[in-house]
Write a protein that binds this ligand. Structure first.
Ligand code: FAD
Length: 350
């Protein structure tokens, strides 16, 4: 199969690129590894709602319908993305997981689990959900209890009556910690003292965080997270949890033991039935490994959304655009630039 442009991934980033391609009248296809619409949102735990801590920007060209705030975000976003794909007749093929991308004389060859594809230009918008990050800690293999990642979490009920360690200082860690603390004993472990925001989202802080990440990817360093640098929202649930002592954090422990976690100095031990690693995600870029794009700094050197070493490849939802608002803008900018590059390419007729 051939399309002039292939978009890999149909989350917020991929759909915003697809919308721009549709408006430009381009020949394109979207290959998405999931079974249905919704991007990563379809997999998020049922108690994650769109509230003060979680807000998403509507995709370009169609408002996000008002939803009952009690409805899980997974449902709201899945319904919205489904309607969006239909409304703009976006050619999303699924489930089609792209396993490897290779260079050809006039573009790319994509090996997928549903056959091969060729394209002159690529937008990769594969998010992070499929790459949960599990940090290495001494004794992790010795711990006899349950270990799970944010991505595996479904409901606090699974932990009723247990002793649970939650590791991580981001929004997901706080939300899951608070829920679990209502039915279980919890211990919160973070690397740094958390930064709380009382006054809602601080746009200046957001812009500064994006600029920092942008600088890193320009220099070919791994991006770090935009969302993590904007601080934690002090919601009503946070205030109530703080009053119960749930948010008294501990510094990182020295090791896991078969039945808990231990610090050396001062010596302390906490027994645990489960450790929840709310330690974030990394960019899902394995399918691009065959292009050998890694810079010496360990990341992919970028100029905006364009990969410096491969100008017909754009990454959207990566680095500075890894938020719903960032992905919207980046999707459109990537398509504008990519179509210009392809138009200017004299080697191949479009
Ligand atoms: P995704 O939504 O992950 O979509 C990627 C798509 O690519 C998926 O459909 C996947 O199946 C597909 N894919 C992956 N690999 C392949 C492959 N090899 N071949 C084919 N398809 C593939 N941002 C906000 O702005 N507001 C929030 O409230 C917010 N809350 C968040 C909560 C959590 C728990 C997390 C982890 C992140 C949150 N973010 C939030 C960040 C947010 O998820 C992103 O900004 C945005 O939704 C990601 O969109 P995306 O399109 O980049 O990725």
């Amino acid at each position: 199969m051939h399309s002039d442009v292939v978009v890999i991934g149909a989350g917020q980033a991929g759909l915003s690129a697809a919308y721009a391609l549709r408006r430009a009248g381009a020949d394109f296809a979207v290959l998405d590894g999931d079974a249905g619409p919704g991007g990563a949102w379809q997999h998020r735990w049922p108690s994650l709602r769109l509230d003060r801590a979680h807000r998403i920007a509507p995709l370009p060209g169609m408002p996000l319908p008002a939803a009952d705030p009690a409805t899980p975000a997974s449902e709201v976003v899945t319904d919205y993305f489904t309607a969006y794909e239909r409304r703009f007749e976006l050619p999303v093929l699924r489930p089609v997981a792209v396993r490897a991308v290779h260079r050809t004389d006039d573009g790319f060859l994509l090996r997928t689990d549903a056959g091969e594809w060729t394209a002159r230009g690529l937008v990769s918008a594969t998010g992070t959900w499929t790459r949960p990050f599990w940090p290495a800690y001494p004794g992790r293999e010795l711990f006899a209890g349950r270990q799970l990642h944010t991505a595996d979490y479904r409901s606090a009920e699974e932990f009723r009556g247990q002793s649970v360690v939650v590791v991580g200082g981001g929004t997901s860690a706080v939300q899951q910690l608070i829920e679990i603390s209502e039915v279980a004993e919890t211990t919160w472990v973070t690397r740094r003292e958390p930064v709380w925001r009382r006054d809602g989202f601080d746009e200046d802080a957001g812009r500064a965080a994006v600029a920092l990440v942008e600088q890193r990817v320009r220099a070919g360093l791994p991006p770090g997270s935009v969302v993590s640098v904007t601080g934690l929202m002090e919601t009503g649930a946070v205030l109530a949890a703080r009053a119960r002592g749930v948010l008294d954090r501990s510094p990182v422990f020295d090791r896991l033991t078969p039945d808990g976690i231990a610090w050396d100095s001062p010596a302390r031990f906490v027994r645990a039935d489960a450790v929840l690693w709310a330690t974030g995600f990394r960019a899902a870029l394995d399918h691009l490994a065959s292009l050998h794009l890694r810079a010496p700094g360990g990341g992919i050197a970028m100029d905006g959304t364009r990969v410096v070493a491969e100008p017909r490849l754009h990454l959207v939802g990566y680095g500075p655009s890894a938020s719903t608002i960032g992905a919207n803008r980046a999707g459109q900018a990537a398509v504008r630039e990519l179509l210009r590059t392809l138009d200017a390419d004299p080697a191949v007729d479009r």
